[in-house]
Design a binder for this molecule. Structure first.
Ligand code: CTP
Ligand code: MG
Length: 170
């Protein structure tokens, strides 16, 4: 019998670097746009002005540092994975993040505009996929962590709405 709570916690700890990597660029970005201001064939920005090189770097570095910390603090989960895996998780998270922006620009969503589901889980899904060739993939962790990220996001938004911090509940 699978212990779902246990697996959720393990999966969450495993994906910690990706969560870090996704959060840090909000505070540390800049140094120009990743797309260099280029447009796609449709004449619209490739990724847009909010995807910066500084954000990409801070994501990879913070993900990597989180991975190194986890390697020592959670050896029962992380000890069996390479110590550099956090850097790759952070990179994968930013690939997903950039892919989301790419799609958003194609459908005329302004940088910062909401793209439900993709905004919440794109970075995790891509992070899992990018590390897959190196350390394999645990589909149970994949499913549970992705679902948890979605549920946590919605719960946090409803909480912020109830507190009067946001005008809408979503
Ligand atoms: N950010 C950055 N570089 C990145 C990713 C994020 O500098 N590679 C910063 C930007 O300041 C961005 C903020 O983190 O505004 C929030 O990131 P995100 O929600 O992913 O981007 P959006 O502003 O929503 O832009 P988009 O519509 O392109 O997703
Ligand atoms: Mg956004």
């Amino acid at each position: 019998m699978v212990n779902f709570l246990n697996e959720l916690i393990f999966g969450f700890v495993f994906m910690m670097p990706a969560f870090f990597a996704n959060a840090v660029p909000v505070f540390i970005g800049g140094f120009g746009r990743i797309d260099g201001g280029l447009n796609f064939f449709d004449g619209k920005p490739l990724l847009g002005k909010n995807k910066t090189i500084g954000g990409l770097l801070s994501a990879v570095i913070s993900g990597g540092m989180a991975g190194i910390a986890l390697y020592y603090f959670f050896p029962n989960i992380w000890g069996s994975f390479p110590i550099w895996l956090g850097f790759l998780e952070g990179f994968g998270a930013m690939i997903g993040d950039a892919f989301g922006s790419f799609l958003k620009r194609r459908i005329n969503l302004k940088p910062g505009g909401p793209f439900p589901i993709m905004d919440q889980i794109g970075f995790i899904v891509f992070s899992f996929l990018v590390v897959w060739p190196f350390v394999g993939i645990n589909w149970l962790w994949f499913g549970l962590v992705t679902l948890a990220a979605l549920v946590l996001h919605v719960a946090a938004n409803i909480f912020a709405y109830k507190m009067g911090w946001k005008d809408v509940w979503w």
